[in-house]
Design a protein around this ligand. Structure first.
Ligand code: OXD
Ligand code: MN
Length: 592
């Protein structure tokens, strides 16, 4: 047990509450990982894969397959401070409910204490957390997703602050009671709770993904966004990418997209534009701080990818496929007869026989997805073949370009640039995407997901917009340029107008030329657009009418969208910054 008084007190208190049979302090070593995996294999919870070294398949309970936004709470003393987009219960009330649930919840189980850091320990931007959990599956995932171990413990002993993260699957075992393969609590007992004023996370009842790996969405986004506002930095739901021009210039891009818009694909893009190269620095979260030179520097606080498997293939994302050669935890993928994983669209044709994610025999005529649509891989970032050599640089990388975007079949052009920072913040604040089958809700319905942070902002979204405006004021002329993209335009027959994937490098190259002041742009009511000749389309076989359509601003359609934007912004009431209201008026005036 370490000699950090606050830590030992907290662990002892939680142990008295949860009443585990054993306590294990995690050291983050390979031996620890191997031992826990071997134990889970012996218990029948994990299936070792013959085809991928040191890789395992898990199947969750069918009721515990994704993040649960309606069971996620931002518990600030005043409801107003959580804002209209978060679920709220008063801290005292929520704690009373959860304390009753936690009481004795780890009976018959081991309580694991995981000291972890978000970010490389040497970085001034790094923050430490300690997760308590009763799930060995969570421990192994945390080994990959965060930096776990004695080095972190030493930092804690030296007095480092930490965010306490309490997690239980909520399934105590009576003496002699046999465990189930995926323990979790019923839906109404699941709580993913955040107490931003105390930097505290309490999660109960789910063992899956962001509900249970508390370093990711709970700490690195919800709690960190509230910390970042207080401390003057940014915690964003963004990939980080380095683009290198044929002349060797480096450009750093951070991009925010809602789920199912190809974030991981863009993070690992293979540019088709001759001479251009790309390196990945992160696929999900960026922590950014103004550096000594006044520019904005980003680190990726994670050390693993927790990626959606279905749709990932050598066609869509070869770098991701190559990352998955070994040392991977797969969850809710299908199992092949020769001991590998498979998911929908991994190969053009499915194998003739599989065991599906629910453990049932599966053949293509079944008509059901073989893997769950939210099946995941947990893989070490370092294994990505296009990972940047600078991905763990303690000071981070200087961001030149922010990109927002979404999935819109009509109206929204391929790319446009914001007129200025305030306009860019307006674009982020009104970001929209059509729902796909991978997200809950009706397919095709528009969802506004500001900065792709709707489920992840740990405080009032209106105040979050104000924080973005303030960061822009501090950055001044060193602020990144802001762009909006839509890779997903379709023609009236439903065919894609833009090929996407590696070809998106052509759009990124235009952004870099804008940053360098090397290329012009056309002023339109919605922003600055490239002329068709400004995009380098050499070698791309695309009908000219597609390009014209992709770069057309349909003024009538935009006018018709204004009421929805107004409704969306109105929900933030008097916490909506006046400067964003002015952006709306300016847009209306430009649309005429
Ligand atoms: C994720 C998400 O899992 O954004 O990264 O849902
Ligand atoms: Mn994400």
């Amino acid at each position: 047990m370490p000699s950090n008084y606050r830590l030992t007190q907290w662990v002892q208190e939680m142990a008295r509450l949860c009443q585990p049979d054993r306590i294990h302090w995690c050291d983050g070593t390979k031996e620890e990982y191997d031992r826990l995996m071997a134990q889970m294999v012996a218990e029948g919870r994990a299936i070792p894969l013959q085809k991928r070294p040191n890789s395992f398949l898990f199947r969750s309970h069918p009721s515990d397959v994704a993040r649960m936004e309606d069971r996620t709470f931002i518990s600030t003393p005043s409801k107003d401070d959580a804002g209209p987009t978060n679920n709220w219960v008063a801290p005292d009330e929520l704690k009373a409910i959860m304390l009753r649930l936690y009481e004795g919840c780890m009976r018959g189980r081991t309580m694991y204490i995981i000291p972890f850091s978000m970010g490389p320990l040497e970085s001034p931007m790094t923050k430490i957390g300690v997760q308590i959990t009763d799930s060995p599956y969570v421990v192994c995932n945390m080994h990959i997703m965060t930096r776990v171990g004695t080095k972190v413990l030493r930092a804690l002993e030296a007095g480092a602050d930490f965010v306490p993260c309490l997690h239980s699957v909520g399934t105590p075992l009576a003496p002699g009671q046999e465990d189930v393969p995926w323990p979790c609590a019923p839906m109404e007992q699941k709580y993913i709770s955040h107490f931003p004023e105390e930097n505290l996370i309490w999660s109960y009842g789910s063992g899956y993904g962001g509900n249970a790996l508390l370093g990711k969405k709970c700490f690195a986004l919800r709690i960190a966004s509230a910390m970042a506002r207080r401390e003057g930095w940014m915690a964003e739901h963004m990939l980080i990418l380095r683009l290198i021009s044929p002349e060797g210039h480096q450009y750093h891009i951070a991009a925010a997209f809602p789920s199912a818009c190809g974030k991981t694909n863009l993070a690992m893009i293979r540019p088709t534009l001759p001479g251009w190269r790309a390196e990945c620095l992160g696929d999900d979260i960026a922590w950014m701080k103004i550096g000594p030179d006044g520019r904005l520097y980003a680190i990726n606080p994670e050390s693993g990818f927790f990626g959606v498997a279905p749709g990932t293939s050598y066609r869509t994302n070869p770098a991701a496929m190559d990352t998955l050669w070994g040392n991977v935890i797969f969850t809710n993928c299908a199992l092949t007869d020769d001991g590998d994983v498979w998911w929908d669209r991994m190969t053009p044709e499915p194998p003739p026989h599989l065991i599906d994610w629910e453990g049932q025999d599966w053949t293509p005529d079944r008509g059901t997805p073989a893997a769950h649509p939210n099946a995941r891989f947990t893989a070490p970032t370092a294994q990505c073949p296009v990972i940047s050599p600078d991905w763990e640089k303690p000071e981070g990388v200087p961001i030149d370009i922010f990109i927002f975007g979404g999935r819109r079949a009509t109206m929204v052009p391929l790319v446009y640039e914001a007129y200025n920072w305030d306009h860019g913040v307006f674009l982020g604040a009104t970001q929209s995407s059509e729902k796909t089958a991978a997200t809950f809700g009706t397919v095709g319905v528009l969802r506004r997901d500001p900065f792709a942070m709707l489920p992840f902002c740990g405080y009032h979204m209106g105040d979050y917009f104000a924080h973005w405006l303030q960061m822009g004021d501090r950055l001044g002329d060193k602020a990144p340029r802001i762009f909006y993209v839509n890779w997903f335009r379709k023609d009236p027959e439903g065919r894609w107008l833009w090929p996407g994937y590696g070809e998106n490098s052509r759009v990124l190259a235009w952004m870099c030329a804008r940053v360098d002041g090397k290329v012009g742009a056309v002023e339109t009511p919605i922003g600055l657009l490239p002329r068709p000749e400004d995009l380098d389309l050499r070698g791309l076989d695309m009908p000219p009418e597609n390009l014209r359509e992709l770069l057309r601003v349909d003024v009538d359609a935009w006018r018709a969208e204004i009421p929805d934007i107004e409704r969306h912004l109105a929900q933030f009431g008097d916490r909506l910054p006046q400067r964003l209201r002015e952006q709306l008026w300016q847009l209306q005036a430009r649309l005429g």
